[in-house]
Design a protein around this ligand. Structure first.
Ligand code: PMP
Length: 461
């Protein structure tokens, strides 16, 4: 069988017949009319039908340096020719060794121990497994519960999914509920009538401390938090939240995992957001996505020297950390990540993000004046328009699929967004120019107005 000269209609049928996509809606299995994206350049992608669209979500929050980057492609090809793959278990290779060194140079505090994974879920999974492993060696096998938050997303392995707090995703899949505890929503927009931001912040920090005290600090191993809850709808907790939560954690001997799978590698204008934006040095950082600009899968958990020192050498009791993957530190992925980081530095990508963020944020804020928009929020190059009819009510209870309606209008005008219930989220490639930011927001603004007209016609608004 040859794959050349295939008719597009065949490919669509094969996709429907054989490819189970992530978050596959089972009632529509085999009947999807997905858009095929077959090319890309800079911030634009091209569909099979020939449409050229701005990629609002940068793939899945990851294509930082944009599409068609031949330098990354060449670096990968070169590595594949030299040494594509060898077992990382008993051997080493210079590409991941160099990458671990480069990452350790850019993290804060003593976050210097890099454990490579295949993506974000496996980074979270490995971080949690490491913490449980450490507590076993330290003779505290009861200290295993991980505290997470409603609306959080930490991945799709059994453990990472169990730590995710999006209600809709929990419906039909089992969870390791005995290992987790969830704190209430930290979205300031849903705070009680008349409650000040300061009082809301106090309440959210108190939620964490009460949970630790109720469960018992001898049982709570860690708290995991995305600096900004991205897939949950770009929820930005009140200023000072992370710092105060870290203080609470350390007061009670609970480790703090900062899940920077989205915020790491430039999304907020820094290598990592934890210290530079939120003023914390966590115990573990997880990252993936932007690490290779999405050109090839890779993730990592970056662990504090101190945590490792507690259980190594004489203190190790002969233990082996029996966790790892065939593709931990894959040389081709490492070569892509190294080139990606080199491009970031040479082209001043972090500085560029910091420079254009005010334009992105001011256009975002202006969307909240539109009657359909309950809240327009974000930070750095992360944005969300939340069109919940009542911004304070739970979004699932008032699901009108408004996100998909806005996205459809955007696509017709040359922009892809990511719809989630009544929201649309976007996080364009970091190389986006100021003019392109305006192009993007002009389309979003117009599409929200068109959706409002549709809803009025349907009698919803
Ligand atoms: N953590 C966060 C914060 C994420 O947003 C994601 C993916 N969207 C993950 C973990 C899981 O990453 P992956 O899909 O690469 O396994």
């Amino acid at each position: 069988m040859t794959l050349t000269n295939t008719r597009f209609q065949d490919v669509r049928e094969w996709d429907n017949a054989h490819f189970i996509h992530p978050w596959e809606g089972m009632p529509f299995l085999g009947e999807n009319e997905r858009t095929f994206v077959e090319g890309g350049e800079g911030i634009y992608v091209t569909t099979e039908a020939g449409d050229r669209l701005i990629d609002g979500p940068a793939g899945m929050w990851c294509v930082q340096v944009g599409y068609g980057n031949t330098e990354i492609a060449e670096a990968m090809a070169h590595q594949a020719r030299e040494m594509a793959y060898f077992s990382p278990f008993n051997n080493a290779n210079s590409a991941p060794a160099r990458l671990a060194h480069e990452i350790a140079q850019r993290t804060s505090g003593d976050l210097n121990q890099v454990f490579f994974t295949t993506g974000g879920s496996t980074a979270v999974d490995s971080a949690v497994r490491f913490i449980k492993f450490r507590n076993n060696i330290m003779d505290r096998p009861e200290k295993k519960i991980v505290i997470s938050r409603q609306k959080a997303y930490h991945g799709s392995t059994y453990l990472a999914a169990s730590l995710s707090g999006k209600e809709r995703d929990k419906g039909w899949l089992d969870q390791a509920t005995h290992l987790t505890h969830f704190l209430p929503n930290v979205n300031p927009c849903q705070r009680a009538e008349g409650q000040s931001i300061e009082a809301f912040l106090d309440e959210k920090v108190a939620d964490l401390e009460s949970a630790i005290l109720e469960i018992g600090s001898d049982k709570v191993a860690a708290f995991i938090a995305e600096p900004i809850l991205c897939s949950g709808g770009v929820i930005v907790p009140p200023k000072g939240y992370h710092k105060r939560c870290l203080e609470v954690c350390h007061k009670h001997d609970v480790l703090y995992i900062s899940d920077e799978v989205v915020t790491g590698f430039g999304r907020l204008g820094h290598w990592f957001a934890s210290e530079d934006v939120f003023d914390i040095v966590p115990d573990i950082i997880t990252c993936a996505k932007g690490m290779t600009s999405g050109y090839v899968p890779m993730g990592a958990c970056i662990i504090s020297d101190r945590l490792v020192a507690d259980i190594s050498g004489d203190k190790a009791k002969g233990a082996t950390f029996s966790n790892g993957f065939t593709y931990s530190g894959h040389p081709v992925s490492a070569a892509a990540a190294l080139k990606n980081m080199e491009i970031f530095e040479r082209d001043g990508i972090l500085e560029h993000v910091r420079e254009i963020t005010p334009v992105f944020e001011s256009r975002l804020k202006a969307l909240s004046d539109l009657p359909l928009v309950g809240d327009a929020r974000g930070q750095g190059l992360l944005g969300c328009v939340d069109c919940a009819v009542d911004a304070k009510a739970d979004d699932l209870e008032q699901d009108k699929n408004i996100g998909a309606m806005i996205d459809a209008h955007c696509q017709a005008q040359g922009l892809i967004l990511r719809p989630i219930i009544n929201m649309c989220v976007f996080s364009p490639p970091l190389i986006i120019s100021e003019t392109q930011i305006h192009d993007m927001y002009d389309i979003i603004d117009k599409s929200i107005r068109m959706t409002t007209d549709d809803l009025v016609r349907q009698g919803v608004k």
